[in-house]
Design a protein around this ligand. Sequence first.
Ligand SMILES: Nc1ncnc2c1ncn2[C@@H]1O[C@H](COP(=O)(O)OP(=O)(O)OP(=O)(O)O)[C@@H](O)[C@H]1O
Ligand SMILES: [Mg+2]
Length: 329
Amino acid sequence: MENLAEAFLRLDRKEIALLKAIERGMRRSEWVPIEDLLAKGRLSLKGTRTGLSKLVSKKLVFKTTEPYEGYQIGFAAYDLIALSELVARGVVVSLGDLLGVGKESVVFEALGRAPARGGAGSKEDPSEEDGREKNLPGGRGVAGSTEDLGELIPLAVKFHRQGTTSFKHVRRARSHLLDGPRCAWIHAARIGAAREYKVLKALYPAVSVPEPVALSFHALVMEHMGGAELYKLDLENPKECLEIVLEEIAAAWRGGFVHADLSPYNVLVGEDGEIVIIDWPQAVSRTDPRSVDLLGRDVKNVIDHFERKYRLDVEPQEAIASIIAEDEN
Ligand SMILES: Nc1ncnc2c1ncn2[C@@H]1O[C@H](COP(=O)(O)OP(=O)(O)OP(=O)(O)O)[C@@H](O)[C@H]1O
Ligand SMILES: [Mg+2]
């Protein structure tokens, strides 16, 4: 599979419309019957068939003939659907390099704009809507709009990938059943992105997290942060850095959340020592009965790193107690 931006440039409007029609159909059935695509699409029979076979040869769409002729998309096509949506809304104007591949996401750098509040582009997740393809900009490519709407800002676009493994599991376990959850991976990835967006919205700017910019299907657009992951660095001032990270954990606790997957991989440190905590889809509300345990685990993960790498001696229990006590005062 070619890279995402190139794949996007090679898609025409009809192909995007077909991908969206298949995605919508996959909310009901794992393999979308050809009849549904013909009945609901605005393309002719010939146009639909040509479009589908092009998409199959690009490996964006998969075809089955048993027990009926049906089609489904994979993550590559789902990424393209979300990207086309973001381009149509003018949020993403150009897509850059891959920033990271995590266990449950791929993250790209991009240039774009925050959607105008209250304007047409401000809808947070318009992916439930139909017929948006008519809003696609006339121009092709990742350049969505040539209008000068102010300066472009550096963004990070995180395409969620939750549920990939459980998808296989669900398919295996349920392939003989007619009912049951369809396309668990689409659902899981969407839920993951929506959760992370909600948590960032709740915490920004009180906690040092990337500013959330937009949500589309399973893609979360946020501010692009400089710096490198904590695990990669040899810090000159580890003690100060640890104190700042603990202070951010405390700020999130005050804001009602525990990160719940905190490690040196999810802390970015900038050149001037500024700290940003990323990767929040699994964050847990303070009202969750597991929240105190998860807070303890996060604090311990961070302190362990500083102990191993810099021989700092900080007692996790004291740090945890002080985060909780500080907020109760
Ligand atoms: N806002 C951002 N600005 C700059 N880089 C980012 C941003 N968000 C993510 N990244 C980069 O992408 C990588 C993966 O992001 P993130 O940790 O959110 O995803 P993940 O798939 O959940 O990772 P994990 O493997 O920890 O589960 C990060 O390690 C970081 O390098
Ligand atoms: Mg991560």
